[in-house]
Write a protein that binds this ligand. Structure first.
Ligand code: SF4
Length: 334
């Protein structure tokens, strides 16, 4: 629930408004999720809360901590038995939560374990927010950044994702700065434009992964519906409206999209945009597709920079714990 919704429902139960602040304090600051333990609330009200509400905190099935970089990957079970993944990672020293928005994913990207496992359902706003609370409660870390980059395509669960963001940025809950939240999408033009109109100025990351529709069609089936041109047109408008630099994610696959011509074409596509390109060498363990040589990776980056496009190579965090999206869940399903 949003703060306003909580105030309204407890008011209808005859509970004073200020109790909403106390409840949210227990949930978001003290990580107490059982009403009986909210000791500054009267016994009678605690009973009332217990009878009327539940906190759908996901249960940890598997937890893996990387010995390389402390990245922690959680496989959670939801109330209906479905499983999702969330990751805690450390970016520039800050705890960052990578959270899921769907059980499975309908987009079916060729390189993604989640996409291969099919789509089950959207997550509710509560299930999205509670991943952050569950991570904080277990790790004792304060999450400073949130990336909607776990399982699922966030813009295909637009309403619940938006609601979860409005909850997380509220001053009575996590009070997270909106600029600390990133939506990572495969690119759904009308939803990007809708997001631009929300006045939230979230960070936007577009998973482009190819510089031509012909190649993109082969790895992202949804590209047949929305072309690169349409996606980048929407991203341009988003960038103008938000005045935020858009991030372009580009997975580098050996002898598929790592040619000089791909880099030059990508630079042309992005010219005039305020963008930053993350080059991500593919994880061969998950995909069977091969990673380019280090020389090729560096050359691709240099070509972009030579053409005036800011770019960096990002290596996968938690490489020793199957931190790539969908890996743990798939293992659990088999
Ligand atoms: S990469 Fe993202 S959008 Fe593509 S199938 Fe996986 S979860 Fe879905």
């Amino acid at each position: 629930m949003t703060y306003e919704e909580l105030v309204e429902v407890i008011r209808k139960l005859g509970v004073e408004r200020y109790r909403a602040d106390q409840i949210l304090d227990w949930l978001y600051k003290k990580h107490v999720f059982v009403f009986e333990e909210m000791t500054n609330i009267s016994k009678q009200h605690r009973q009332l809360l217990k009878e009327n509400f539940s906190v759908p905190l996901p249960q940890i099935i598997t937890k893996r901590v990387s010995s390389l970089d402390s990245t922690t990957k959680y496989l959670y079970q939801l109330e209906d038995g479905n499983t999702i993944e969330s990751v805690l990672l450390f970016h520039e020293g800050y705890a960052t939560a990578c959270i899921s928005t769907q059980v499975g994913c309908p987009v079916k990207c060729a390189f993604c374990a989640t996409g291969q496992s099919g789509f089950v359902r959207n997550l509710s706003a509560a299930e999205i927010v509670s991943q952050v609370l569950a991570i904080e409660a277990d790790s004792k870390q304060t999450v400073r950044n949130i990336v909607y980059m776990g399982m699922g395509e966030p813009l295909l669960n637009y309403e619940n994702v938006l609601k979860s963001i409005r909850i997380l940025i509220h001053e009575r809950t996590k009070n997270l700065g909106v600029r600390r939240i990133t939506i990572s999408t495969v690119g759904i033009p009308d939803k990007i434009l809708q997001l631009a109109g929300e006045g939230l100025d979230l960070n936007l990351a577009i998973s482009l992964h190819a510089a031509s529709d012909e190649k993109r069609d082969k790895i992202i089936p949804m590209n047949k519906k929305y072309s690169i041109e349409e996606i980048l047109h929407a991203a341009r408008l988003y960038q103008e409206k938000s005045d935020r630099r858009v991030t372009i994610e580009y997975i580098l696959i050996k002898e598929f999209n790592d040619f000089d011509e791909d880099a030059r074409r990508l630079a042309r596509l992005l010219s005039g945009m305020k963008v930053f390109v993350n080059l991500i060498p593919i994880n061969p363990v998950v995909t069977g597709l091969e990673k380019p040589t280090q020389w090729k990776i560096n050359r691709f980056k240099e070509l972009l920079i030579d053409h005036g496009i800011e770019a960096e190579v990002r290596y996968e965090k938690g490489a020793d714990i199957e931190a790539a999206c969908g890996q743990l869940r798939i293992r659990n399903l088999h």
